[in-house]
Design a protein around this ligand. Structure first.
Ligand SMILES: *[C@@H]1O[C@H](CO)[C@@H](O)[C@H](O)[C@H]1NC(C)=O
Length: 453
């Protein structure tokens, strides 16, 4: 390992793999290391034996739920927006040639104690069971306003401004009820909390349009998901990387991030006796917890901002009230259950080739607000019907203390509680811009990912 690289990437989570591919496409020589002997880091997909080894050590998985090779259960489940940035990044890097996707069959939201489909058009709004008769009319006007908006045609603006008016003003103008604002803001615009209401409406407009245009692309939901689980993404990136002359190394311990003692700038990564050198390092926060520098003046690089609780639930039926769909995203907006953070439910099944027939895997997650995290998931569990196996984890959400420009140490953020990739994409853009000194511009291409109905 005495070659010098442009960049060393630590951890094979989705964020790091996307960045690794983007740098490769830019012509950078990349060495990608993971301490684990499998791809995916925290977002790996496990078979039955691995799942039981992790959560029920010493016990055998039940004999009647299929074979190992039927299973690829995500430790962290997330869906991609069909027209979203992650999809564009996969197309831009050409990694889509190694992947096949499947539509997620439904998108649901919890309102007033019930589960209902998220309407994506004014027509669906009119039919939706989410709203009463008068509210439907108001929502229809709101969706028509968004669909018809043209920046250069004031006649479509109804006296409103997406850039100068906040979202509260727009909602007020159409007279929408709080519960309607909840599903629009959280299940369509995918905001994590309510501060968006005070900000200019443009951002929320863009997000709703992304939702509706993604929905229009394949018809059932705005989401797509790789066949055989999210663990396919890192493996596809590894194959792609080989074409660009990049190197992946699994099962490689990382013992030290070596920095220049005087300047504090990144020099290399030490594994046992050997050190590999590069201009910069990008990695997930877990590789930087020990800080850098001499023992007496150690510099901390990451901090914990929250904890996320996730439960992988195995079911023998689809989630009730979701029209027997084989896969679903279900969002429980914070206000609907008196919380500060939304609860997310992501369900996949044998239709995505991630488990045996007649099994459904639902992941329930949220940001921890109390000392009893598992109890906080209860509103989610209650919507699932009987759960025959449940694996719960609590993980820190960490972020870098610095932007990395001084030290050439660029640290990504831990994956959050959301069941989609929209927040991850922001982080990819941010790290790319910080380390490359320019914004990421994705090639415009007509073809998208290969998606099965
Ligand atoms: C939204 O903007 C209006 C003025 O257009 C202002 O009066 C109001 O306080 C703002 N609301 C929030 C929640 O920031």
């Amino acid at each position: 390992m005495d070659e010098k690289y442009d960049a060393i990437i630590l951890g094979t989570g989705v964020t790091e793999c996307v960045l690794s591919a983007l740098l490769s496409v830019e012509g950078k020589k990349v060495l990608h290391i993971d301490r684990n002997d499998y791809y995916g880091a925290d977002c790996a997909s496990l078979n039955l034996t691995q799942l039981w080894q992790k959560f029920r050590p010493g016990q055998e998985p039940p004999k009647d739920i299929g074979r190992d090779r039927d299973y690829a259960v995500d430790l962290i489940a997330k869906f991609m927006m069909a027209n979203g940035e992650l999809t564009k990044m996969l197309v831009h890097t050409d990694v889509t040639r190694y992947l096949e996707f499947k539509q997620i069959a439904g998108s649901y939201v919890f309102r007033d104690g019930r589960v209902a489909k998220v309407p994506a058009t004014e027509m669906e709004a009119v039919r939706s069971s989410l709203m009463g008769l008068f509210e439907k009319r108001r929502a229809k006007k709101f969706f028509e306003f968004l669909q018809n908006w043209k920046d250069d045609d004031p006649a479509t603006h109804q006296g409103l401004s997406l850039d100068n008016d906040n979202m509260t003003k727009i909602f007020d103008y159409f007279g929408l009820e709080p519960g309607t604002r909840d599903f629009i803001g959280h299940a369509m615009a995918l905001h994590l909390e309510d501060s968006y209401m005070q900000r200019p409406a443009r951002e929320t407009y863009d997000r709703i349009i992304l939702y509706t245009s993604s929905m229009a692309r394949y018809g059932k939901s705005p989401y797509i998901y790789p066949l055989y689980g999210l663990g396919e993404l890192p493996q596809a990136f590894a194959r792609l990387s080989a074409i660009y002359g990049g190197t992946y190394m699994l099962d490689k311990p990382v013992d030290e991030i070596v920095v220049d003692e005087e300047t504090g700038k990144f020099k290399g990564v030490r594994s046992g006796e050997e050190t590999v050198y590069a201009d910069l390092v990008i990695g997930d926060p877990s590789y930087f917890r020990q800080g850098v520098g001499a023992a007496d003046k150690r510099k901390q690089l990451v901090r914990e901002t929250a904890k996320v609780v996730r439960a992988i639930c195995l079911l023998k039926h689809p989630i009730p009230n979701t029209d027997n769909t084989d896969s679903t995203q279900l969002i429980i907006p914070q206000n609907q259950v008196n919380r500060k953070h939304d609860i997310y439910v992501a369900e996949v099944s044998s239709a995505q080739n991630i488990c045996a027939k007649d099994i459904y895997v639902a992941q329930v997650s949220t940001i921890v607000e109390s000392s009893t995290p598992e109890l906080e998931l209860r509103p989610g569990f209650e919507l699932l019907g009987p759960i025959f196996e449940k694996f719960v984890t609590v993980a820190p959400v960490e972020e870098p203390l610095e932007d990395g420009k001084e030290s050439n140490i660029y640290i990504t953020r831990s994956l959050d509680a959301t069941s989609h990739f929209e927040t991850l994409v922001d982080d990819v853009h941010s790290v790319f811009e910080r380390c490359m000194g320019k914004g990421l511009v994705l090639k415009k291409r007509e073809e998208g990912a290969q998606v099965q109905e």
